[in-house]
Design a protein around this ligand. Structure first.
Ligand code: ADP
Ligand code: MG
Length: 323
């Protein structure tokens, strides 16, 4: 009852990028090491996500689209301990409620795949389909049946940029997965999936960024900060290359930004900003993970401790670096 209401309060589908985020998380959960995201017209007309994960057995296909059928949350308590991706068991149901959805999937133990279509929440029959192992989900015409919500969508280019940003952020936190992004038929990115963060950075932001990073690795129990920050002389004129993750999830954190920049005090020119790809690990109970799935702002139980951990991580990496 109460948990369901809390969950329902957060609408899963706000715009194409929220669909892409959920579908990528499902593909990751399914063990894929290659994920292709394709969009047409900013994702408003078409979203197609293909993975090479474990697939869905035919008998499980219709239930996967039932609301909360698969929720891993047993009680309200669990909401504060959200560790795994895909915890709400309502993404597919929510997406199928507002898009025309087509699913193609095949498990490794089955010769034949399954095709299933669901529109406005109404599913058809499962049909035989020849398809590679894994899952393809196509979501067309977002909000075709809810014009009031369609009105809130921005221009194709803005929605498409938001999708691209989701793919980039996920590719950085999962360098072992090869991500490919195709926008209106044009290949926009293709990470190699080597498992090395720097290789993903090079693909996404270019050689000059990737070749001018300093490695960060700092333990301050119960915190751990790792990843890369830019060499002081390669700072940027804005903060768009500042990427923070907490326990694997992309976040916006003013504390992190301030701590990072404090670490560069006296070594950065005025008006210049460091780049960073920083992963902060901490016990889940020290992070306020917002119940709203689309929110990325975090609050920490001990902001000062997080500040000190990030500051010290950056400062010591800069001090140790000589070039
Ligand atoms: P949740 O991820 O919270 O379980 P979803 O609605 O996102 O809920 O997905 C429902 C179920 O459908 C998942 O639990 C999973 O069993 C199955 N599923 C969804 N996407 C995939 C995928 N790409 N590969 C394999 N199984 C999937
Ligand atoms: Mg999910």
């Amino acid at each position: 009852g109460h948990v369901a209401e809390l969950i329902a309060a957060g609408e899963v589908v706000e715009r194409p990028s929220s669909i892409v985020k959920e579908l990528i998380e499902n593909a990751i959960d399914a063990g894929a090491n290659a994920i292709t995201v394709e969009i047409g017209e900013g994702g408003i007309r078409l979203i197609r996500i293909t993975d090479n994960g474990g697939g869905i057995g035919r008998e499980d296909v219709p239930t996967a689209f039932l609301r909360h059928a698969t929720s891993k949350i047993a009680c309200e308590e669990d909401l504060s301990h959200i560790g795994t991706l895909g915890f709400r068991g309502e993404a597919l149901a929510a997406i199928a409620a507002v898009c025309r959805v087509e699913l193609l999937t095949r498990t490794p133990d089955s010769q034949l795949g399954t095709r299933y279509c669901i529109e406005g929440g109404v599913g058809g029959e499962c049909e035989d389909a020849g398809c590679p192992q894994g899952t393809t989900i196509i979501a067309r015409d977002i909000f075709y049946n809810t014009p009031a919500r369609m009105k809130f969508l921005k221009k194709n280019v803005t929605e498409g940029n938001a999708v691209e940003s989701v793919v980039q952020k996920t590719a950085l936190s999962h360098p072992q997965i090869s991500f490919r992004f195709i926008r209106d038929g044009v290949d926009k990115l293709h990470t190699p999936g080597t498992g090395r963060l720097k290789d993903a950075v090079r693909e996404l932001f270019g050689r000059s960024v990737a070749d001018n990073l300093i490695e960060v690795s700092h333990e301050a129990p119960p915190y751990r900060v790792s990843g890369y920050i830019s060499k002081p002389q390669y700072a940027k004129s804005n903060r768009t290359l500042q990427h923070f993750y907490v326990n694997g999830r992309f976040v916006k954190t003013k504390t992190g930004m301030a701590a990072l920049e404090q670490g560069y005090k006296n070594v950065l020119m005025a008006g210049k900003f460091p780049a960073c790809f920083l992963f902060i690990e901490m016990p889940n109970e020290l992070v306020d993970v917002n119940v709203h799935p689309a929110k990325i702002e975090v609050r920490f139980a001990a902001e000062n401790d997080v500040f000190r951990a990030v500051y010290t991580a950056a400062k010591s990496a800069i001090l140790n670096f000589s070039d």
